[in-house]
Design a binder for this molecule. Structure first.
Ligand SMILES: Nc1ncnc2c1ncn2[C@@H]1O[C@H](COP(=O)(O)OP(=O)(O)OP(=O)(O)O)[C@@H](O)[C@H]1O
Length: 320
């Protein structure tokens, strides 16, 4: 498989700010690559460097050539911030952006792709936030690009719409489109991406398949114990269980089949408890363990399960 994107030692400095500090990565043709990382980590700057919309040191090649020399018909870009004309309808906007290309797709098909068939005659300014974002995604699809760069494509889109967009990205990838996306939704990266790169302070601090990252940085599986009983901690420690230091009350390093033994321990000690929730580590745990400081300081929203946004407080710390 050949590489759609090759970036070597890419560096971008704005005044005193080092936005990218020597980032190297490759994205194979047909792959879905996800960039994650805290606010200000350099994700958007990297997308801009890969599309030639900002200058950067180092070497970037897209389909074997410099970004600014790639045939624009081959590239679809959804910038993080994109404000199309407010008083055009979604249909008119897709028509307009399609008109910029020699070989645009049918407007109806593009609107159907992003679930905007019923709202196609509404002015952009009167669309909901999620509908606006879908319209913007549509404008990146009009030319049927070989490489699609989506900077936070599903921000503001409801869970159902987000899953539709995931299905769309999966379909495009199965048809051979290379996709590079940025996201703050760990469930999105885990669900969609063949490989994920985690940027922090302008550096690629971890990279791999979601499963590889979880195995390397996710930590042990654990069991959350919902209990305000002051004897709970001692009961579990006396029974030899290891408690997760960064969580309220959780036994770490146990398998699902051991949950009933924990319950028996609590029952035997007369501890009052509510739910016992066991889970394996996931990409969110990887994120938190590698960027705990940045999450606490910046209050970055991290999403679990795609539906529920949690604001992590400094006290949460992140790392387990
Ligand atoms: N045009 C610019 N001028 C000055 N500084 C900039 C510019 N663009 C980005 N930066 C700085 O570069 C750093 C990286 O910004 P970037 O937008 O790439 O981060 P990000 O990872 O996309 O963040 P977010 O998740 O908040 O979108 C930040 O410190 C930002 O303030």
């Amino acid at each position: 498989m050949t590489d759609a994107i090759v970036a070597e030692d890419v560096r971008r400095v704005y005044g005193d700010t080092v936005a990218l500090d020597g980032v190297s990565l490759t994205v194979a043709e047909g792959a879905v690559y996800g960039l994650i990382g805290p606010n200000g980590a350099g994700k958007t700057t990297l997308v801009r460097a890969l599309t030639g919309t900002t200058d950067a040191e180092g070497r970037v090649s897209v389909f074997g050539t410099a970004p600014r020399e790639v045939d624009p018909e081959r590239i679809g870009l959804l910038p993080q911030e994109f404000s199309p004309a407010e008083r055009l309808t979604a249909r008119e906007l897709v028509d307009y952006y399609g008109g910029l290309y020699d070989h645009a797709r049918e407007t109806d098909a593009v609107l159907a792709d992003v679930g905007l068939v019923d709202d196609d005659d509404t002015w952009y300014e009167n669309l909901s936030g999620g509908q606006k974002r879908r319209t913007c995604v549509a404008t990146a699809l009009v030319n049927d690009p070989d490489l699609l760069l989506l900077d936070e494509p599903t921000t503001g889109i409801d869970p159902t719409g987000r899953r539709s967009l995931w299905a769309l990205v999966e379909r495009l990838a199965s048809e051979g489109t290379t996709v590079l996306l940025t996201t703050h939704y760990m469930a999105e990266a885990e669900h969609l991406c063949d490989r994920v790169g985690l940027l922090a302070d302008g550096r690629l601090v971890a990279e791999g398949t979601p499963a590889e990252l979880v195995a390397e940085y996710g930590g042990d599986s654990f069991l959350d114990v919902e209990s305000s009983d002051p004897t709970a901690t001692a009961a579990l420690e006396d029974a030899g269980y290891r408690l997760a230091p960064e969580r309220d009350l959780a036994v770490e390093g146990i398998e699902a089949r051991e949950v009933s033994a924990v319950a028996e321990t609590l029952d035997a000690a007369g501890v009052e408890y509510g739910a016992l929730a066991w889970r394996q580590p996931d990409l969110e745990d990887v994120y938190l363990s590698l960027t705990g400081r940045a999450v606490g300081a910046g209050g970055t929203a991290v999403e679990r399960g795609g539906d529920e946004v949690e604001e992590r407080a400094v006290a949460d710390g992140g790392a387990r």
